[in-house]
Design a protein around this ligand. Structure first.
Ligand code: SF4
Ligand code: SF4
Length: 296
């Protein structure tokens, strides 16, 4: 099962939930991989402290012009949707940071004057921590192509009982890249007006992608009831509530794992996982039922 931990905004406790869920599941005898897909600001490693065993560069294709063949026709600039290529006085200029490696310029160049070369955009590191297979990506500073590094992280995963993806915050392209093929999305939020606003956006994204989802509420005993009322109204289950517990904040500030530092929280994460499995089984049986009905 592949489960993505996502949130409409940063700082909601997404990484805390992803890492502690992973550790609880490993302790329960599952094989678990944790993929930190927040490649602009990965921080799962701060808590898991993995031993990094391998590292590789992540590259993307970048168009390069063969000057001798180029006639300066500007077709490449016209077809580029991202303004990554311009022709000035017959000279082709390419802006690597804007290029999305779509290949259109190369495809449409009438002179076959464009070839692709690989450009490094980040690195992928793999290792282990407490029995968890750990993979994270590090986007190069100033680089915009985070989806490519996220793809590299996901492509590096192997078979295991459970794959947990710690997604970037927000609802933009990098998040879509991280969550799009998950079996389930756990949306982490806080009971504040900002939390509710960003949760609504995240729920909209999950629905657009047709991904089953549930909500985890961090610092659930502060703020207002608006998030709970929204979830009831929208029929979205809340599968985890973490109180505003000073011991959690202290463990977090030390970089400790909550399920190890405060044993009673193991039960909180175990119950959360049971709810997710129930929901997943329920969805799977409903899909099987409707597929069976459609075949009749
Ligand atoms: S489309 Fe090809 S020939 Fe035309 S300007 Fe671009 S690189 Fe040169
Ligand atoms: S590969 Fe695509 S995004 Fe990059 S310069 Fe060519 S057309 Fe533009």
């Amino acid at each position: 099962m592949k489960i993505a931990i996502a949130s409409g905004k940063g700082g909601t406790g997404k990484t805390t939930i992803a890492t502690n869920l992973a550790l609880m599941l490993v302790d329960a005898g599952k094989t678990v991989q944790l993929l930190d897909c927040d490649v602009e600001e990965p921080n799962c490693h701060i808590f898991l402290k993995p031993v990094i065993e391998s590292s590789k560069t992540q590259t993307v294709p970048l168009p390069t012009v063969i000057k001798e063949k180029c006639t300066g026709c500007e077709i490449c600039a016209d077809v580029c949707e991202y303004n990554a290529i311009v022709v000035i006085k017959g000279e082709v200029l390419i802006f690597p940071e804007l290029c999305h490696s779509c290949g259109a310029c190369m495809l449409f160049c009438p002179e076959d004057a464009i070839v692709e070369k690989e450009r490094e955009v980040g690195i992928i590191e793999s290792g282990t921590s407490n029995g968890i297979q750990f993979i994270h990506g590090l986007l190069n500073i100033g680089e915009l192509m985070s989806p490519a590094v996220i793809r590299g992280v996901k492509d590096s995963a192997s078979d295991s009982d459970i794959i947990i993806l710690d997604s970037p915050p927000g609802t933009s392209c990098p998040v879509i890249e991280a969550v799009k093929d998950a079996d389930f999305v756990l949306l982490v939020t806080e009971p504040t007006p900002f939390g509710l606003n960003d949760l609504e956006l995240a729920v909209g994204m999950a629905r657009e992608l047709k991904l089953p989802s549930a909500v985890a509420v961090n610092r659930s005993d502060v703020g207002t009831d608006d998030v709970k009322r929204y979830c009831e109204r929208e029929n979205i289950p809340i599968v985890l509530e973490m109180p505003d517990d000073r011991r959690v904040a202290e463990a977090y500030s030390r970089g400790d794992m909550i399920v190890r530092a405060i044993p009673e929280y193991r039960e909180v994460f175990t119950t959360c996982w049971s709810h997710i499995i129930e929901l997943e089984n329920d969805i799977a049986s409903r899909v099987a039922y409707y597929e069976g009905a459609a075949e009749k």
